[in-house]
Design a protein around this ligand. Structure first.
Ligand code: DGL
Length: 361
């Protein structure tokens, strides 16, 4: 054997041996079990149908969870998937009763040693609110992933199947544990606390303006960027706290020339808390601030948030929160501040105690 040929054989052996050793080792190891993922379906566009292909109009929640699962090639190879229908609604109709049912079911399912993760199919309109509610009340570190789509299931280039595939992949990834509730759409992984719907129809409607993405997911392969900085799920003081009824909290929107009427209407409707969707840094006309101050004096908890969609509302900037007895929403947008206030009111009506919760969640 000449030197060149000997060199080639040696090189081949050097590569082949580890390959043989690896194959033997694999033969001895048990095949890794697929994650067991429960899909809880609530409706939304991901389950929507047009009456004719190409129609702009469609009906949300037309297909049940079994149909959604069957429409995703390769899902069964990613995970052992089972489905359950919790509701069949467009998420504009999401309400406290469905949140309570869903929150309790998520805790029940994740409490079982037979299930490793939950995926929730949901309309995108209120996905951020449901996701944040679950981020507060879920009593487990196991992954919880919300997923939806912007195009109905019957559309050309429907985005639902790939989003569902990616959501199940993220939920099956052990690295998803302990990151709080996640939202997966359009190849992106968002923290439910951070994300918000920013466009009426675009596929990349979800953005996480303050703290950015949790990661990316491409054809089922997740790439993680960060962990949440705020309390959530198993570490939340609200974990497992899901009463039969949530207190009423209304949002009052601020704009030029707005008077006290909307605040008074919320009070008349029985609100126990009011969130101000303020202009700029949680501001509003003097008339609204005075009406809110009067409400706070009567024991209604008032939280100042902002309609700007990013940034934080801190205490005592242009409004004297200390004097008026208000709470500052920090980074929570009005719809998420409303969710936290509903749960916070179960613990306390003292604005200082509620502020402490807004500082941590
Ligand atoms: N109305 C919507 C909903 O169910 C449609 C948006 C969607 O699902 O993406 O939230």
């Amino acid at each position: 054997m000449d030197v060149t040929r000997r060199g080639f054989v040696a090189t081949l052996a050097a590569f082949a041996f580890p390959a043989v050793a690896l194959a033997q080792a694999h033969a001895l190891e048990p095949v890794p079990a697929r994650a067991r993922v429960k899909i809880l379906a609530t409706g939304g566009t991901i389950a929507g149908a047009q009456s004719r292909p190409g129609d702009v109009a469609y009906k949300s929640a037309a297909y049940d969870v079994g149909v959604l699962i069957k429409a995703v090639p390769g899902l069964g190879e990613l995970a052992e998937v089972s489905g359950e229908q919790i509701a069949s609604i467009g998420s504009q109709d999401m309400n406290d009763a469905v949140w309570i049912k869903l929150g309790r079911r998520v805790n029940q399912v994740l409490g079982s040693p037979e299930i490793d993760a939950v995926v929730i199919t949901h309309g995108t309109d209120t996905m951020e609110e449901t996701g944040y509610f679950l981020n507060l009340v879920t009593r487990s570190d196991k992954p919880v992933v919300l997923v939806g789509s912007m195009r109905p299931a019957t559309a050309t280039s429907a985005d639902g199947p790939m989003n569902l595939y990616n959501a199940v992949a993220v939920a099956s990834d052990p690295a998803a544990r302990g990151r709080g509730v996640l939202v997966v759409l359009n190849d992106r992984i968002h923290f439910a606390r951070e994300t918000t719907k920013t466009n009426t129809t675009a596929l990349d409607t979800f953005s996480s303006p303050n703290r950015g993405l949790a990661g990316l997911v491409l054809f089922g392969k997740a790439r993680w960027f960060s962990r949440p900085a705020w309390k959530h799920t198993a570490g939340s003081a609200f974990a497992g706290v899901i009463p039969d009824v949530l207190p009423r909290v209304d949002i009052v929107y601020a704009y030029a020339n707005v008077g006290p009427e909307l605040v008074n209407a919320a009070l008349a409707a029985g609100a126990k808390g009011i969130v101000l969707a303020g202009v700029g840094d949680g501001n509003a006309t003097q008339a609204v601030i005075e009406a809110l101050a009067a409400a706070a004096k009567k024991g209604i908890v008032v939280v100042r948030s902002s309609r700007t969609n990013s940034g934080a509302v801190a205490r005592n900037v242009e409004v004297d929160d200390d004097k008026l007895g208000f709470v500052a929403a920090q980074e929570l947008n009005p719809q998420k501040a409303r969710v936290l206030l509903q749960l916070a009111l179960l613990k306390s009506k003292d604005p200082k105690a509620v502020q402490a919760l807004f500082d941590q969640y």
